[in-house]
Design a binder for this molecule. Structure first.
Ligand SMILES: C[S@@+](CC[C@H](N)C(=O)[O-])C[C@H]1O[C@@H](n2cnc3c(N)ncnc32)[C@H](O)[C@@H]1O
Length: 201
């Protein structure tokens, strides 16, 4: 199909680099550039991070939950979208080295009061969550997405959103895809390798 040459192809080509609105954002973008320059792990591409920020800020998200912090790229983007209206991110990471690096990066980006990193196996740790969640970003173990979904869905508010990363024919886990596409209470689209599911009621 003309104009559709694979995930993210045409879309990203039409974007331009992010422009900082103030000194705070300028510093955060510098930290992101620094992490990317030295990065040896897999983090979300910039346009995915920007999309997460747009979603959480436009939804006025008060509590976002991320599975798979790594060194904090997506966390910084989400944090940028939460900061001005007092939203908070709880993010989970199993690898102690990555936890330490992420905490350092959040501090450098001025977001340590916005973001809490929980170290440990998120399958266990998320069961300790209570209260309402407005936004969930799944980016940890792919076969675990279905378990995270089952555990967190009861806390997600109506109108809340679940975004999952690496949703492509090679990596999408069938039980998770079935859950997000066959539940009438979820409106799900897949775009650019991410699924976006709205909890309708
Ligand atoms: C693709 S990376 C996340 C990238 C990150 N969201 C970003 O864009 O900066 C996936 C991370 O999930 C973590 N992970 C895998 N299984 C996990 C589990 N059971 N609990 C918590 N973290 C886990 C890995 O250690 C890895 O750092």
């Amino acid at each position: 199909q003309p104009g559709n040459r694979g995930p993210q192809s045409g879309d990203a080509a039409l974007e331009k680099a992010p422009l900082p609105v103030d000194e705070f954002e300028k510093k955060a973008l510098e930290v992101l550039a620094e992490i990317n320059a030295n990065e040896k792990y897999l983090n979300v591409p910039e346009n995915d991070g920007r999309m997460l920020r747009i979603m959480v800020q436009s939804m006025g998200v008060k509590h976002a939950v991320e599975l798979g912090t790594s060194t904090g790229i997506s966390g910084i983007w989400i944090g940028l979208g939460l900061k001005d209206h007092g939203g908070k991110l709880t993010t989970y990471e199993i690898d102690p080295g990555r936890v330490a690096t992420a905490r350092k990066n959040f501090e450098a980006a001025g977001l340590s009061d916005v973001i809490t990193v929980v170290e440990g196996d998120a399958h266990q740790e998320v069961t300790k969550l209570s209260g309402t969640i407005d936004f969930i970003f799944l980016d940890a173990d792919k076969e675990g997405y279905i378990d995270y979904l089952n555990k967190l869905m009861p806390l997600l508010r109506p109108g809340g959103v679940v975004v999952a990363h690496n949703i492509n024919p090679r990596m999408a886990h069938p039980p998770f895809m079935k859950a997000i596409t066959e539940d009438p209470n979820l409106e799900t689209v897949v775009r650019g390798g991410m699924s976006i599911s709205l909890k309708k009621k």
